[in-house]
Design a protein. Structure first.
Length: 187
């Protein structure tokens, strides 16, 4: 059986949101805890990637790290790569904290639909691709490092260079709103 580590991205600058999204609440529960629950249900371990100034805001029971020094603050690809370097696994299930409506059923379904022949499996719906709710195979670690070393930080550009499987969101959940990013406090 393949080992899977969850990578919870919780280090964005949240410029439009106005405060760190990880600690915004949905039904009285911080966004990061919703994502953590969704990941722990199907992953062997979960690592939270955040910014240095936010580390102490997470309870000590969580495995919280920052980006590797040489790519600190460089966006989601840096966070994914840092998570891969923190703990070895066969697969990495990535979920950003600003998708608090994705739950354990959706993460389990994404893993079940992931094809072994894919380097990355990600979700799309009728209006957009959702690259950060995705499963990354360990085989992308080396090419991802090369991309980061050249300063290429765009997730979609990297996904175009590897074998990416796009899974229709309706195969995971019928309500497309489950997959939305919360970018403003009133979303």
């Amino acid at each position: 059986m393949k080992s899977t580590v969850g990578i919870l991205l919780a280090g964005g600058l949240s410029r439009r949101f106005g405060s760190p999204k990880a600690f915004a609440e949905l039904a009285g529960i911080p966004f990061y805890e919703h994502a953590y629950k969704a990941l722990t249900n199907v992953c062997d371990h979960v690592v939270i990637i955040s910014r240095p100034e936010l580390i102490t805001r997470f309870p000590s029971k969580y495995d919280v790290i920052t980006d590797l020094d040489w790519i600190a603050g460089q966006g989601p690809l840096a966070g994914i790569f840092s998570g891969m370097n923190h703990m070895q696994a066969d697969n990495y299930l990535v979920l950003p904290c600003d998708m608090p409506f994705v739950g354990p059923a959706e993460t389990a379904k994404l893993l079940a639909l992931t094809e072994d022949s894919s380097d990355i499996s990600a979700v799309w719906n009728t209006t957009e691709k959702i690259p950060l709710f995705s499963v990354w195979d360990i085989c992308v670690q080396e090419p991802l490092q090369k991309e980061l070393e050249t300063g290429q930080l765009r997730v979609m550009k990297f996904m175009e260079k590897v074998t990416t499987q796009w899974i229709n969101s309706s195969e995971i959940h019928k309500d497309q709103l489950v997959f939305r990013n919360v970018n403003q406090p009133d979303d």
